[in-house]
Design a protein around this ligand. Sequence first.
Ligand code: G4P
Ligand code: NA
Ligand code: NA
Length: 191
Amino acid sequence: MELLRQKVINEGIVLEGQVLKVDSFLNHQMDPVLMQAIGKTFTQLFADTGVTTILTIESSGIAPGIMTALEFGVPLIFARKQKSLTLTEDIFVETVYSYTKKQSNDITVSKKFIHPGDRVLIIDDFLANGEAASGLARIVKQAGAEVVGIGIVIEKSFQPGAQLLIDEGYRLESLVRIRSLDNGRVEFVDE
Ligand code: G4P
Ligand code: NA
Ligand code: NA
């Protein structure tokens, strides 16, 4: 997606530890025009999937998620993150480990909002190790629903998440794919 790629080139800042800071349009300040274009692009990429529900995770997945949901005309659900949890019967729970933050979170979705037969498109802002996306996919399975695809705004292709999701059989579409953040420089997969 060319508009997004230009944003990354012009505004992305490469930090220590292979982290790309995109606070000016995705993770802190948000660019609504870009977000709308992201929603439209995901809608085109997953047009044939019969999606009934978009699923993301708070907080940075919500903006691309809601724009995609708006375009498809379906609801958005965002999973909540909780430090630790007393189990209750009315929520789906999966544990997700963040290598970046070196901590585990329980992610939860109310059983009210995903049902057997739902066709769920997972959307998230970043794909690194794939922990968040695969945790969301496990919640969809718990619900007896189907994952029809995973849409990612920025894929860090040099980390294992993308291959892991493909190996698990998911249809993965990433709007930009980053091959390397070495030497403070962003290199895309197709250059
Ligand atoms: P994973 O889900 O792919 O395994 O990712 P990981 O645990 O490594 O990432 C933890 C958090 O850091 C996630 O956000 C993820 O989106 C974000 N992240 C990973 N790599 C980068 C990067 O290079 N740049 C930026 N800006 N973020 C990155 P989160 O903790 O869920 O936070 P948020 O959604 O509330 O922002
Ligand atoms: Na994030
Ligand atoms: Na996220």
